[in-house]
Design a binder for this molecule. Sequence first.
Ligand code: NAD
Length: 264
Amino acid sequence: MAGLLEGRRGLIMGIANERSIAWGIAKSAQREGAELALTFAGEMLEKRVRPLAAELGSEIVLPCDVQVDSDIEAAFDSLGEHWDSFDFLVHSIAFANRDDLKGRFVDTTRDGFALALDVSVYSLIATVRAALPLLRPGGNILTMTYLGGERTIPHYNVMGVAKAALESAVRYLAADLGPSGVRINAISAGPVRTLAAAGIGDFRKILDWYEQNAPLRRATTQDEVGDAALMLLSDWGRSITGEIVHVDGGYHSVAVPPAAEDVE
Ligand code: NAD
């Protein structure tokens, strides 16, 4: 039987290492037949990402720091030299200063706020705009969010505000892109131990809390997010756009999130 994404091409932005959620998505997409291109942010990560690309059989590996407009432009220009069109874009990118992911939200600085929103939200708008000329009608975009955008989660702070903005951006982009047949959605993943998560204060305790309280009584894995992404990336999700899909063992339906003192 042909894979769900047989004959499809996708660009995956946001693999840092084999723990990245984007890596889980890339593995699932490749398993279902997709041909993939990857981007990486900075030379340090290139060393990690190239071997992972080789594992996927991906020959297109491009540098792209999403804070730099010329990087975004160059990445999509290069992609266009390899592919005349493509089918899906995965944006799995976020960043905030460590100091802004602990303590009180009220202490967020102007610079810290601008940085978090630039890397974690504006980058989606900028990359979608750059991708559009190459994105096939019927194509789609997927980004990654977290429950901290809907509710207060201890220490998530400025990243919660960034995720709320990202989720709103998904809805506005869905309205823009829908008439040309392009979809965009977000997956709200449960906590997964990754490089980005390591920057969040007391992340281990947040993870424990999920394992004890999520209806499925366990944390979410990269592979589970990857498999759920297949529905949105493939024609199975062809009528779904502007949506935030929770892949978190049902945790978002639990009434009581941890109080700050539970994770201190
Ligand atoms: P990760 O550290 O593996 O991935 C984050 C990626 O962002 C890295 O590849 C990094 O290179 C990239 N990045 C940061 N700044 C960049 C820049 N200026 N230009 C280009 N790329 C840049 O961590 P992850 O947890 O896989 O994070 C991926 C996404 O999933 C993020 O949006 C994150 O907020 C979201 N998310 C994570 C969790 C979790 O618990 N880990 C839960 C829900 C949502």
